[in-house]
Design a protein. Structure first.
Length: 223
């Protein structure tokens, strides 16, 4: 499971939340601590750059938030990010710099690194999205198994028991997810990989790969 480790997945300089990953091995280990981390970090933010709006909500003054967006704390929205009409941020969310949270997109218990785009009809819950990752229109993270059992992360014959009932997807840096794809609970997509549209993804997708599903799943290395 070396490929799933934080050190292999993320450039921690590309998030305001780098400190939360310290001392952890796998990215899903931080999910229970996002809310408390936001409240601790928010209290230290420069009020000249970040405005506190409501209870435990900090929004960068350079960010653009449409009046119709609904935001529940704790939440931090970093600089030059755009939150579009109808976005629903349900709390425990850190949204990085230069991100797009689009119309009808829902976020819950997530960290979005800098330059992440979830621009159209996306659901992202209990997940971490790495630097410069992008989810196409209608793509979602499924964060609970249909039988409500605990989520496992599987890579071939290797399995990690996460002990979590809710676990969405871990996207590495520069991941591209095609439109209307479903990332099943415990999916890990390693950096610089692409997911074809309409894919149902589970397990670990190696770095610099292309994932296709349909008549059988194919994972091919990029040229």
């Amino acid at each position: 499971m070396q490929a799933c480790k934080i050190s292999q997945m993320y450039d921690l300089k590309e998030t305001i939340a780098g400190e939360i990953f310290a001392g952890r091995e796998y990215p899903w280990e931080i999910l229970d601590d996002i809310g408390d981390f936001i409240m601790k970090l928010g209290a230290t933010l420069d009020p000249d750059r970040y405005e506190k709006r409501g209870e435990n909500i900090w929004i960068a003054r350079s960010a653009s938030v449409d009046p119709s967006a609904h935001i529940t704390g704790p939440c931090i929205i970093d600089e030059r990010t755009e939150v579009r009409p109808g976005a629903f941020i349900r709390g425990k969310a850190i949204v990085g710099k230069n991100c797009v949270v689009g119309n009808s997109t829902e976020l819950k218990n997530v960290i979005l690194f800098n330059v992440v785009q979830v621009p159209h009809y996306n659901y992202v819950g209990d997940s971490v999205l790495g630097f410069h990752s992008h989810m196409g229109a209608g793509s979602i993270t499924s964060n609970v198994k249909s039988d409500k059992s605990l989520v496992l992360v599987k890579d071939g014959m290797e399995t990690i028991e996460t002990g979590r009932k809710k676990l969405g997807a871990m996207l590495g840096d520069y991941v591209e997810v095609g439109c209307n794809s479903v990332l099943n609970p415990g999916t890990v997509i390693c950096p610089h990989s692409n997911i074809y549209p309409l894919s149902s993804v589970r397990g670990v997708v190696p770095a610099r790969s292309i994932f296709k599903s349909g008549k059988g799943t194919q994972i091919v290395a990029k040229d």
